[in-house]
Design a binder for this molecule. Sequence first.
Ligand SMILES: Cc1ncc(COP(=O)(O)O)c(C=O)c1O
Length: 347
Amino acid sequence: MREYPSERVDLRSDTVTQPTAAMRRCMVSSVVGDDVLGDDITVIELQDRLADMFGKEAGLFVPSGTMSNAIAIRAHTNPGDEIITESTSHIYVYEGGGYAALSGCSIALVPGKMGLMNPVDVEKAIRKGDGSLGHYPNGSLVCVENTSNRGGGSCYSQEDLDEIARIAHKNDCAAHMDGARIFNASIYSGVDVKRMVRDYDSVSICLSKGLGVPVGSVLVGSSSFIALAHRWRKMFGGGMRQAGILASAGLYALDNHIERLSEDHIRAKKLAEAINNLEKFSVNLDTVQSNMVYVSVPEKQATQTVEALSSHGVDTIEIGDSTIRAVTHLHITDEDIERTISAFASI
Ligand SMILES: Cc1ncc(COP(=O)(O)O)c(C=O)c1O
C-alpha cells in the first residue's frame, strides 16, 4: 500500500512509516484514560495482548525501543554490573551509551557474524565478580538482537537463541531480547514469537518500525520484572497519559500489519539481487533475510551515492564510508522497487 504523502521512495528506515487512513480512524475512535493513573483500557489491552502473544505474564507500553531496552537493562542489573551483547548491536552503537549513563554498567562486546552471536562466544564473554578477587565486573545480563539491524536484518536460528539463553541462565545472567523487529524474524524463520522467546526473561517489541505505528514499544516479562520496569519507566519520564490513542494504533497493527511483513521481505530480496547484479555495487545476499538491504558502494562514496539516489527521488541512508542502507516497509510498492533499481543503475 503506498498511502504516503510524497512521491519520493523513502527507504531510509521502516521507522518513516505514517499511520494509514484505517489506523488513524482507529486512533480517533479509541477509548482512552490516564495511563499514569493506570486506567487507560486501550493501553492495558495492548500490554495484555502482547504479553499473551509472547507467553509472558505482563507488558509495559513505553515511548520508544531505546527506552524499552534502557528500562530492561536497568531492571535486570545493578550499577557495576556488565552487560554482554554483540559488537554492532543497537544497544551498544545507537543508544547513547545509556547502559553506562542510566544503569552504571560496563559492556562486554561479542564479535558477531552478520550481527549474530555464537553461543560459545557469549559464554567466553561473561565475566563474574565472584571468584575474581573483585577484579571483574559482574556480568549479569545477555542482550540478543533479533533481527539484527547492523547485521543486515539477519535472524538467529532457534537453536542458537535457546542455547544463548541457556548459557546466560547457567551463568546467573538474565536474558533480554531486543526484538525491535521480532515479527520480521518470526516471518523469516516461521517460528511463532511465543516459542522464539520462550527462554528469554524480557523482550522489547517495537510497534513503530515494520508494524507502521507512529510511536511506541512494549516490554514484556514476568509480573515482578514488569513491576520493577514500571518504576523505572516513571523515573525515566516515560509515563504517558492518554496513551491509548497510540496503543490503539498498536492493536490495529497487530491485527493488520504482521502477515504483510513477508511482502517487505520479498521486495528487499528483489532489490538486493538487482543491486548486486550491478557492477558498481554489491550486497551480501546471505544477510538479506528480512526487510533490510545494506549496499557496499565504491570506496568512500557513500555520501555521493546517497545524494545521487536522492536526486532520483530515492532516499537511503549512509551507514559508513562505503555502505548505505535501504529498508522496505508498508509504503514501498513493487513500482518503488523498480524505480529504485533504475536509480541505482543510472549512477
Ligand atoms: C534493533 C533496534 N533496537 C532498538 C531500536 C530503538 O528504537 P527507537 O528508535 O524506537 O528508540 C532500534 C531503532 O531503529 C533498532 O533498530
